[in-house]
Design a protein around this ligand. Sequence first.
Ligand code: ADP
Ligand code: MG
Length: 259
Amino acid sequence: MFTVDEISVRYDQKITLQNFSFSVEKGEILSIIGPNGSGKSTLLKAISGFTPYYEGVVQLEGINIKSMKSKQIAQKMCMLSQKNQAPPDMTVKDLVSYGRYPHKKWFERLDEEDMEIVEWAIRKTYLTAYQDRTVASLSGGESQRAWIAMALAQRPKILLLDEPTTYLDIAHQHEVLELVRELNQEMGMTVLMVLHDLNQASQYSDRIVVVQSGEKAMAGTPKEVMTQEMIRNVYRMDSEIQYRPTEIKPRIHLLKKVN
Ligand SMILES: Nc1ncnc2c1ncn2[C@@H]1O[C@H](COP(=O)(O)OP(=O)(O)O)[C@@H](O)[C@H]1O
Ligand SMILES: [Mg+2]
């Protein structure tokens, strides 16, 4: 459904992503992991058109993204970056309504069907009681849900999330990832997300791509990727990998830094 073929990104003169290739299958959850500064956010930004790449091709359903208008892309793909900021007086409902605009002509107002979709997105993210509050007044978890609701109102086929759990406590991290899984399973939404917690990546992903210094270090199922060797090479940590009897996804215990 989505292929990234040999893309390279340079900031100033520094090569930040080099000949990076992978593909995302329809209906899967694919996570990108890797150390800080390895190029994960750059990868997501390049894919979604925020950062130019000087080499390579990104295709969405067989069409080169560079030949698509930004509105066409927004009808199919939505990206939430690490830090999303709404204007101070914007309410949850306003924010979620924005998700509908890629589907409208510039002079067109939202109609009844749009408002039904907006209400559905608010319900789906358990924000009905908060819809008239300003986004700025919400807690971290509520605010993250409001942005996901905006993305949902856009009805994208593919959702790109850059560290959707980073500023949340563990209960809210769980809540957001369960929501992502629900959207994937119930609506068949394809998800590409950057996670930094190895166990979350293992538990919630069908496949994982590992980024190291701007290159793809590894890709595969959680079982294939989460090995002591990968964690030692990429994160310089010793670890133990555990399989519970009824689970196919590995659990990772980080032990200590490799000297
Ligand atoms: N706008 C930018 N201008 C210059 N360098 C940047 C810019 N954005 C990111 N970088 C650099 O590119 C590298 C990769 O960054 P990033 O993709 O944000 O990594 P990650 O998300 O994996 O932590 C880092 O060295 C970072 O400093
Ligand atoms: Mg990042």
